[in-house]
Design a protein around this ligand. Structure first.
Ligand code: ATP
Ligand code: MG
Ligand code: MG
Ligand code: MG
Length: 573
C-alpha cells in the first residue's frame, strides 16, 4: 500500500493523556484514536495489527477443536436475571432500555448468552464435548478506563466456552484451551506467566490468568524461580462481591458475624494491629494493602479502600469513634487533595510506612501514595521490598522474603498485564439456567462448562508495551502491520522513484506485505515515522539507486546493510 493514500496520522509529540509507552506510541503512530474515555477507533494500521492477532487466535482455537460463532451484544435483562448476575454484576454492566422500557445490557461477557443457546440446541451427550468461541466487542463501564487499549470500556475479546458431560471432560477441555493460549501468546511474542488466579465475578473453581510481564501492569504476580509456582496477588486480596455485600448487610442489621470469620471483638473495638483490624472488618490482611495513608489537616489518616466502596461502613464508623484513625473513601481523599481518584494507589509498608514488631499500624509516616508528587505523595514504594506474600499466598505487611508454598524458596514479585483468563465453571451457569443434556442412560444432567477469555485489544497494547524503544514500537513479525517499509529517500528523484516502484511490485508479487512511503517529505521525517510505526524491515531507495543497491535495516537492529536489488527478496525472507 501507498502511504500517500493511507490514513496514518503520525504525531511528533506525545499525547498529554498518555501515561504508558504503548498508549503514547499507538496514538503517535496513528494506530488508534480516542472517541470517548475508554472508547477507541482502530485506524488502518492499528486494524491490520488487530487482524493479525485475530488470525493467530483463530488458527490456534480452530486447531484446538473449537468453532467460531457470533453472539449478540445486546442482551435482554431476563437472561442475566436467570443467572442472578443482573443484580450481582454491579455498575460495570452497561444497562439501557428500549422504547417500550424493557431493560437490556450490553454484553460484558457471554456466559448467559452461550448457556441459553446451548441449552436450546444441544440435547444429547453425543454432541459433547463442544467448544464454541467468538471474537466480539465487549462493554464494561470501567471505573477507570485508561492506558489506551489496556483498559477500555468498549474492547475486543475472544471468548470461548466449553461444554462437557463430565468433570474429566472439563479437565481435558480446560487443558486444551490452556495449551492453545500458551501457543497464542508465544506466537504474539509476549513474555508471560500463567498464574493461579481469582475467579472474581465470573465464578468457578480452577482458574489461571495469562499475565504479560510489564512494569505498568495492574496485577502483581508472586512466582517462584525454582518450581514454577505462580499466583496473582489478587487471589489473596479478593473478597467476592457477594461476600462483601453480605457482610455489610449483616453488620447493618446487627446480626452476629460468622464465628469462622475470625476472632470476635467486642462492640468497643480494641483494634491496634493489622490482624485485629482485618478480623474486625472481616477482610483479609491483603486488603490492608489497598489502603491509603495520608496527612489531612496535619493528622495521619488511614483509609481502607476496595474499589470506591468503604469496607463495611458500620464497623468502620464504630472503629472511628473509638480510635484515632480516620477512615475515608478513596473518593473523599481524592476530593480533599483535589486530585483524581486514580492517583491514589496502594500504600506500601516499609521505609515510608513503619510497622512495629507487634504489627502496630498507627506509626506510619504521613504521606499520600500514587501520584509521586514531591511533598504530597509517598514515593518509591515497591512490592517485594515493601510488602510481601506469605506462604498461603496472602499479601501481608512486614519484611520481604516470603516463601513459595510448594518448595519453600523465596517468592519473586513482578507486575503484569492480564491478557487472558481461563476458568473451570462447572455447573455454575448450567444449573441455575437449567441447561441440561441427556446422558447415556437418558438422564438429564447439567453441562460441565469452562470459559476462556483473551483481551484481544489489550493484547495489542501489551505487545507494544513489551516491544518498543525510545523511537517507537518494534512489532514482532507475526503481528506487524506490514513486513517491509519501502522508503524513497527523495520522491523528487526519478531514478529513486522508478526503482522503488519496481521493487514495490516485485515484493508484492512475492507475497510480501509492503508499505511504500512515496510521500513528498524529507528523508529524516520518513525515517522517524518509520521507527514510530515499527515495521520489521526498512528498505531505503536512496543515493545508490542508479547502481541497483538499496539499504536494508531491521527495526530492532541499529546497523543497516547495503543489498543489491537482485538479492532483496531473498534477504527479506
Ligand atoms: P481486569 O482484572 O483487568 O479488570 P477481568 O479479570 O475483569 O480483567 P475477564 O473478565 O477475565 O477480565 O475478561 C477476560 C479478558 O478480557 C481479560 O483477561 C483481559 O485480557 C480482557 N479485559 C478485561 N477487561 C478489559 C478492559 N476493560 N479492556 C480491555 N481488555 C479487558
Ligand atoms: Mg475487570
Ligand atoms: Mg482480573
Ligand atoms: Mg480475569
Amino acid at each position: 500500500m501507498r502511504q500517500t493514500h493511507l490514513l496514518i496520522p503520525t504525531l511528533r509529540d506525545d499525547p498529554s493523556d498518555a501515561e504508558t509507552n504503548s498508549h503514547r506510541f499507538m496514538v503517535r503512530a496513528g494506530l488508534i484514536r480516542q472517541m470517548a474515555a475508554g472508547v477507541y477507533s482502530y485506524l488502518p494500521l492499528g486494524y491490520r495489527v488487530l487482524r493479525n492477532v485475530e488470525r493467530i487466535i483463530r488458527e490456534e482455537m480452530d486447531a484446538a477443536g473449537a468453532t467460531e460463532l457470533l453472539l449478540p451484544a445486546l442482551h435482554p435483562s431476563e437472561l442475566w436475571k436467570e443467572s442472578g448476575r443482573w443484580d450481582q454484576y454491579g455498575d460495570e454492566l452497561m444497562r439501557l432500555s428500549d422504547r417500550q422500557g424493557r431493560a437490556f445490557a450490553l454484553g460484558a461477557t457471554h456466559e448467559e448468552a452461550i448457556t441459553s443457546l446451548v441449552r436450546d440446541e444441544v440435547k444429547s451427550y453425543k454432541k459433547l464435548p463442544m467448544t464454541l468461541y467468538q471474537l466480539q466487542t465487549k462493554f464494561r463501564d470501567e471505573r477507570r478506563p485508561r492506558y489506551g487499549l489496556l483498559r477500555g470500556r468498549e474492547f475486543l475479546m475472544k471468548d470461548a466456552y466449553s461444554f462437557d458431560a463430565t468433570d474429566e471432560g472439563l479437565d481435558r477441555s480446560y487443558r486444551s484451551m490452556y495449551d492453545a493460549y500458551s501457543a497464542i501468546f508465544n506466537r504474539c511474542g509476549i513474555r508471560y506467566l500463567a498464574v493461579e488466579a481469582d475467579s472474581g465475578s465470573i465464578g468457578g473453581t480452577d482458574t489461571h490468568e495469562f499475565v504479560a510481564l510489564s512494569g505498568i501492569g495492574e496485577d502483581t504476580i508472586a512466582h517462584c524461580g525454582e518450581c514454577g509456582y505462580a499466583a496473582n496477588v489478587e487471589l489473596a486480596q479478593s473478597v467476592p462481591p457477594d461476600a462483601e455485600r453480605t457482610t455489610a448487610a449483616r453488620a447493618d442489621s446487627g446480626q452476629p458475624e460468622n464465628p469462622a470469620a475470625g476472632p470476635q471483638l467486642t462492640d468497643t473495638p480494641d483494634v491496634r494491629t493489622i490482624a485485629q483490624l482485618t478480623a474486625y472488618l472481616s477482610i483479609r490482611p491483603a486488603q490492608i494493602i489497598k489502603s491509603v495513608a495520608l496527612l489531612v489537616d496535619g493528622k495521619p489518616v488511614v483509609a481502607l479502600v476496595r474499589g470506591d466502596r468503604e469496607l463495611n461502613e458500620t464497623k468502620v464508623k464504630r472503629l472511628l469513634e473509638a480510635s484515632s484513625v480516620t477512615m475515608m473513601s478513596e473518593a473523599d481523599i481524592a476530593a480533599k487533595l483535589g486530585s483524581h481518584p486514580g492517583y491514589i494507589g496502594p500504600v506500601g509498608l516499609g521505609p515510608d510506612v513503619t510497622i512495629a514488631a507487634d504489627e502496630q499500624i498507627l506509626s506510619m509516616t504521613a504521606a499520600v501514595v500514587g501520584a509521586n508528587e514531591p511533598d504530597r505523595h509517598l514515593t518509591g514504594v515497591a512490592p517485594g521490598r515493601d510488602f510481601r506474600i506469605d506462604a498461603s499466598g496472602d499479601l501481608c505487611t512486614a519484611v520481604p522474603g516470603d516463601l513459595c508454598p510448594n518448595c519453600r524458596k523465596p517468592l519473586l514479585l513482578d507486575k503484569g498485564i492480564e491478557v487472558g483468563h481461563v476458568f473451570k465453571l462447572g455447573t455454575k451457569y448450567s444449573e441455575p439456567m437449567r441447561a441440561t443434556f441427556l446422558d447415556d442412560t437418558g438422564k438429564p444432567r447439567p453441562f460441565q462448562m469452562g470459559c476462556y477469555g483473551i483481551g484481544v485489544s489489550r493484547l495489542l497494547a501489551a505487545i507494544a508495551e513489551q516491544h518498543h524503544d525510545e523511537a517507537g514500537i518494534v512489532w514482532p513479525s507475526s503481528v506487524a502491520p506490514f513486513h517491509v517499509h519501502l522508503i524513497v529517500a527523495s520522491s523528487r528523484d526519478d531514478t529513486q522513484t522508478a526503482l522503488a516502484e519496481k521493487l514495490y511490485d516485485e515484493l508484492r508479487r512475492a507475497g510480501i506485505d509492503v508499505l511504500l512511503d512515496d510521500r513528498d517529505e524529507r528523508a529524516g521525517v520518513k525515517f522517524a515515522d518509520s521507527d514510530l510505526l515499527g515495521i520489521p524491515i526498512r528498505v531505503t531507495v536512496g543515493k545508490r539507486a542508479a547502481e541497483g543497491v538499496v539499504e536494508c535495516k531491521r527495526r530492532r537492529d541499529s546497523e543497516a546493510v547495503q543489498v543489491e536489488t537482485g538479492n532483496l527478496t531473498a534477504y527479506i525472507r
